[in-house]
Design a protein around this ligand. Structure first.
Ligand SMILES: *[C@@H]1O[C@H](CO)[C@@H](O)[C@H](O)[C@H]1NC(C)=O
Ligand SMILES: *[C@@H]1O[C@H](CO)[C@@H](O)[C@H](O)[C@H]1NC(C)=O
Length: 107
């Protein structure tokens, strides 16, 4: 549910981005018999997509979602949101590797 931005040398926290599972998806997840811990939003993909832009994908209670954030003055604002199926694992226990290929902007 959280991404920490730390200074590498002393691990001081610079900023944090908080992103919980969608409330409805979390309820459905628990109703389907998963325990609450696994219905949290485990951030599994993070890539800098452009200057001041951050692409994140989280498991969102077994219904993965990707978001593009704008990073400005210590604030993170959501610019775009889309389904993360087939991009991001849905199960927090799945091991995965993500490769992000940047495409030129303004095309
Ligand atoms: C991390 O924090 C630093 C200092 O506030 C900021 O300059 C940088 O843009 C942040 N990086 C990300 C990816 O949020
Ligand atoms: C993920 O990796 C860990 C460490 O190698 C392993 O113990 C675990 O079984 C793996 N999980 C799955 C679902 O394959």
């Amino acid at each position: 549910n959280v991404v920490y931005n730390l200074t590498f040398s002393n691990l001081n926290e610079q900023q944090r981005l908080i992103w919980f599972s969608n409330e409805h998806d979390a309820k459905m997840c628990v109703m389907k018999g998963k325990d609450e811990e696994n219905c949290q939003n485990y951030i599994r993909i993070m890539a800098k997509s452009a200057q001041g832009r951050l692409l994140l994908c989280g498991t969102n209670a077994f219904k993965p979602i990707c978001r593009e954030y704008n990073v400005l003055n210590k604030n993170y604002t959501v610019e775009k949101e889309k389904h993360g199926q087939a991009v991001c694992p849905y199960d927090p226990h799945h091991n995965s590797t993500a490769i992000y290929v940047a495409t030129p902007f303004n095309t």
